[in-house]
Design a protein around this ligand. Structure first.
Ligand SMILES: [Zn+2]
Ligand SMILES: [Zn+2]
Length: 570
């Protein structure tokens, strides 16, 4: 569904017109269109096709033409033209909290402000106070906004950065004709948050690669461009660094720029102990380079079996690789289904049939529908009646869609006293019971641990959802004694979740590893609220790999038959 993308385009168009100082009614027309499209419950493409879109107040023929153009080409000419009519850096200023398009336009016209840098300079001057509506207080607010913006752009979640990183690499491959372009850095290790994007390209002629990189449409500002490397800022304030290296050193450079630093230090020490020297330019014996072309080549010469990038954190991987004891890590292809997906029965946006078809398209054997339970009013939690209705709908979808098994489930709330939001006879009917905490985050460690323990001890609960409750960058984990939780889960055979939603990744890598060490089975689930989010399974699998997990540790790597046997334990 392209609703959000299209709404964003119209919203940005309104911003640009406002920056340019155009009349209020034109700006406002686009803002309204953005809001209308954002709030549509149906797919905008369907409404365009049926012509029903013209029945919506506030949407005219011109707008529809723009939407059609976007659906066909992935772009909108009037937006592209508007974007080119203002300096590139102005778009980035829109991300500064408290700085609106009107003020940005004023600062641009009066003081030639085109970037964060020139904005900061202008704010320090005296002249700015002469602008209408600009007092010392407002200047202070904007400066505070810049600080928030800069701290936030320090680290972003992997899930928000990954699409831009992969798209950039793909665009660069097309623009340069070079295949060997890869994302390195913490993205290649699939760390949960990312500081900047490191890209490595293999070429003996770096100049055209650097040029293509700095001219990519998403680039807002070129920070530096040398003969073999360049740094740019992209629209959301993120920095991208490109390095171009010749074939003879590509593998060594890839290792170096993938990190982690601690892992690289360990490898350099290992090289030294063998009388060798390791750097980004290769592995050397005296002056002679004995490896460097590929990562495998360098690692082999160091006596190591290949270490997957996700493991390169200096958590024992080098020692294990020396003795051939690295685990055979779980892969995306091992995953047979998703055991935590919401539908439009609660706060999801896809129908059960859409979920079934999306799961089938991913090659899964099964998918389970786990909507919220009745107490979670904000998320349209299901009453018992609705839960029973849903069960019937699931049976119908299983009839209609062949080649996938839709399991009936719930994400039942663990209430603040530790009881569950549905009675046992209700839970007993369901295939997959995920139990999660969504309230009372402030309770003491004893209380919260106790709540989770009572859920674990309920024989109908199969999985504890997002076990620590953290949201990356916005909410810390609640106080919970995970050791106690894991011991109990191992005891009852209850699985703990790696919730793959990019802001959760909960359990994280370290906790997942500990869980498995303690004999707990892990379920990797996306907690999708729309079928477009089901791709996040990869984030969960990569997190599991960072936790050294193999497919034998994963509940949803089981076949349908084996899974149902495990779930129906009595
Ligand atoms: Zn939840
Ligand atoms: Zn959920």
């Amino acid at each position: 569904m392209k609703n959000q993308e299209i709404a964003d385009i119209f919203g940005r168009l309104a911003d640009i017109l406002e920056i340019r100082g155009e009349e209020f009614f034109r700006v406002n027309t686009y803002r309204k269109v953005a809001r209308i499209i954002e709030d549509l419950s149906a797919d905008v493409a369907d409404l365009v096709e049926s012509g029903e879109i013209l029945d919506i107040r506030g949407i005219g023929k011109g707008t529809v033409a723009g939407i059609e153009e976007y659906l066909e080409t992935g772009g909108m000419r009037r937006y592209e033209e508007a974007r080119k009519s203002i300096p590139k850096g102005l778009a980035e200023l829109l991300s500064v909290p408290g700085l609106g398009p009107k003020t940005i336009g004023l600062l641009w016209r009066e003081f030639d402000v085109k970037s964060i840098k020139s904005l900061k300079r202008t704010l320090r001057g005296k002249k700015i106070l002469e602008l209408p509506g600009m007092g010392p207080k407002k200047v202070e607010n904007i400066e505070a906004g810049i600080r928030v913006y800069e701290s936030r752009s320090g680290r972003l979640t992997l899930g928000t950065v990954l699409p831009a990183a992969l798209a950039t690499v793909a665009e660069l491959r097309v623009a340069t004709g070079i295949d060997e372009i890869e994302v390195a850095g913490s993205i290649r290790r699939w760390r949960e948050t990312i500081g900047d994007i490191d890209i490595l390209a293999l070429s003996s002629k770096p100049a055209p690669v650097i040029k293509a990189f700095t001219e990519l449409p998403r680039v807002v500002e070129v920070l530096a461009a040398g003969t073999t490397k360049a740094s740019v800022r992209v629209s959301d304030g993120l920095q991208m660094d490109l390095r171009v290296v010749p074939p003879s050193v590509y593998g060594a450079a890839l290792m170096y720029f993938t990190g982690s630093q601690a892992h690289n230090v360990r490898l350099r020490g290992l090289a030294q102990s063998k009388g060798l020297k390791l750097s980004e330019y290769g592995l050397f014996k005296g002056e002679r380079r004995i490896a460097g072309r590929t990562e495998e080549g360098v690692q082999k010469k160091l006596g190591l079996e290949f270490i997957a990038p996700e493991l390169r954190e200096d958590r024992g991987e080098v020692e294990a690789a020396l003795t051939g004891e690295l685990p055979g890590l779980v892969e995306l292809g091992d995953i047979r289904g998703d055991l935590h997906v919401h539908s439009n029965y609660s706060d999801g946006h896809s129908t059960i049939e859409e979920v079934a078809r999306a799961a089938k398209a991913r090659g899964y054997m099964y998918v389970s529908i786990n909507d919220h339970s009745r107490s979670l009013g904000v998320a349209h939690g299901l009453t018992i009646e609705r839960l029973l209705e849903q069960e019937e709908e699931i049976a119908r979808v299983n009839q209609r869609v062949k080649g996938i098994t839709v399991l009936s489930g719930t994400e039942v709330d663990i209430l603040s006293d530790g009881s569950l939001d549905f009675p046992d006879d209700c839970l007993e009917r369901l295939d997959v019971v995920v139990a999660s905490i969504h309230s009372g985050f402030q309770q003491s460690e004893d209380k919260i641990t106790g709540r989770i323990l009572s859920a674990i001890r309920n024989p109908h609960v199969d999985i504890i959802g997002h076990p620590t409750g953290r949201l990356l960058g916005t909410r810390p984990a609640y106080d919970v004694d995970l050791e106690v939780v894991m011991a109990a889960a191992a005891d009852t055979g209850t699985a703990l979740e790696i919730n793959a939603y990019h802001e959760r990744l909960d359990l994280n890598d370290i906790n997942a590893r500990r869980a498995v060490e303690m004999g707990v089975r892990v379920a990797i689930s996306t907690d999708s609220h729309h079928v477009d989010q089901m791709w996040a399974m990869e984030l969960g699998v990569r997190t599991a790999r960072r936790g050294w997990l193999t497919s034998a540790n994963i509940l949803n790597a089981l076949t349908t038959k084996a899974l149902l046997k495990v779930l129906s334990r009595t």
